[in-house]
Design a binder for this molecule. Structure first.
Ligand code: MRU
Length: 356
């Protein structure tokens, strides 16, 4: 374990210098401590995704691509591809909703299989090159999304954020937070109301931390306060990321996004979903086809509390994501630009060939 409390722009996912481990920021420890973990085994990597030590749709895809590279360094010629496929399937099974995970693992897997006649060392080098390309491409997409997203905002606006769709969840600018970070760099005054995002508090712990570090004026609220904020005219736009978008524009994102979008429609606030093309799943016709992760009861009953805040053994339902119906979305912002309804046509036109 490495500890570092002195870094302004921490890198959330990297390889160690000898390439023997993937180094991540343990997001479960933020904002209290900036702690790096070096992950070497498939079990450690799986656990890091499952426990949200590394989280956010693009980030888990990038992480898993590097994880496959690190694991492949231990494969022998005899069973290289057997082990590769087993590790890929294992990592993909860690979380079901964000399509980036399967997409990027399958991308590196395909790149390796395409070199099946090469030596193990050459195939492993190819895995690393593909993981590097995934991260580079994500950074470029996030930057473009930030530009396109910012074009929808005006100086003086306040936006509502939900969950965390910043650099920690991606690379560089993030998606949902990208316009805010870019605005701050340009000296614009765009503020954020930050939903705390029950139950895992990604808004309170991560978004508020990232925005404050970037000098963005932000105010933390409980999720239940968003209605009043919108009713009082305090919010000019809702900006959210996405874990998987279906071909019709339905958008799975952190639980509570749907509620924010319904409120926004009631109070005439535009809803913008910002995502890279790696999050669009054209094989899912609608949101009803998106698998929704359900997580453990202790996230509701006791996690983050000094003592349990619900009766021991109370039944809990803890879906980690919901799907915002495309009718509630004003515009979809991708690296290709701003898409308006009808989303099915626009998505087909730009991303029809997307494979997983
Ligand atoms: O459960 P999490 O924290 O991984 O959920 C993350 C989100 O819902 C994000 O909004 C989404 O992945 C977009 S990140 C750019």
């Amino acid at each position: 374990m490495n500890t570092d409390t002195n870094i302004n722009r921490p890198q959330n996912i990297a390889l160690t210098s000898d390439g023997s481990a993937v180094r991540i920021i343990d997001q479960t420890r933020l904002p209290g401590a900036l702690i790096y973990l070096d992950l070497r085994t498939r079990e450690e990597m799986y656990e890091a995704i499952l426990s949200l030590r590394v989280r956010g749709a693009p980030a888990i895809g990038i992480f898993a691509a590097y994880a496959v590279y690190v694991l492949s360094r231990g494969y022998g010629a005899a069973d290289y591809f057997e082990r590769l496929d087993a590790d890929c399937d294992y990592l993909i099974s860690s979380r079901p909703t964000a399509v980036n995970l399967a997409r990027q693992v399958n991308r590196v897997r395909r790149a390796a299989h395409a070199r099946a006649d090469a030596s193990p060392a050459a195939v492993t080098a190819c895995l690393r090159a593909e993981a590097d390309a995934i991260r580079r491409e994500d950074a470029a997409m996030c930057r473009a999304i930030a530009e396109h997203g910012l074009s929808l905002l005006r100086d003086g606006d306040t936006v509502l954020t939900h969950c965390n769709a910043g650099p920690l969840a991606t690379s560089e600018y993030g998606t949902g937070l990208g316009p805010l970070l870019l605005a701050a760099e340009r000296g614009m005054d765009i503020r954020a109301l930050v939903d705390e995002t029950r139950p895992l508090l990604q808004g309170a712990r991560l978004t508020a931390w990232e925005l404050m570090n970037a000098g963005v004026d932000c105010t933390l609220i409980c999720d239940s306060m968003a209605a009043l904020a919108m009713k009082q005219g305090r919010v000019q736009a809702v900006l959210a990321g996405c874990d998987r978008m279906a071909a019709n524009g339905d958008a799975a994102n952190k639980i509570g996004t749907l509620g924010a979008a319904i409120l926004a429609q009631r109070y005439g606030v535009p809803v913008y979903i910002l995502l890279p093309s790696s999050t669009i799943d054209m094989t899912c016709p609608t949101g009803a086809d998106i698998p929704i992760e359900e997580r453990g009861a202790d996230e509701l009953r006791s996690l983050w509390y000094a003592s349990p805040m619900a009766p021991a053994g109370v039944k809990c339902w803890n879906p980690a994501f919901d799907v915002t119906d495309h009718e509630l979305i004003t515009a979809i912002v991708t690296e290709k630009g701003v898409l308006y309804p009808p989303f099915e046509t626009a998505l087909q036109q730009h991303f029809g060939g997307n494979s997983i």
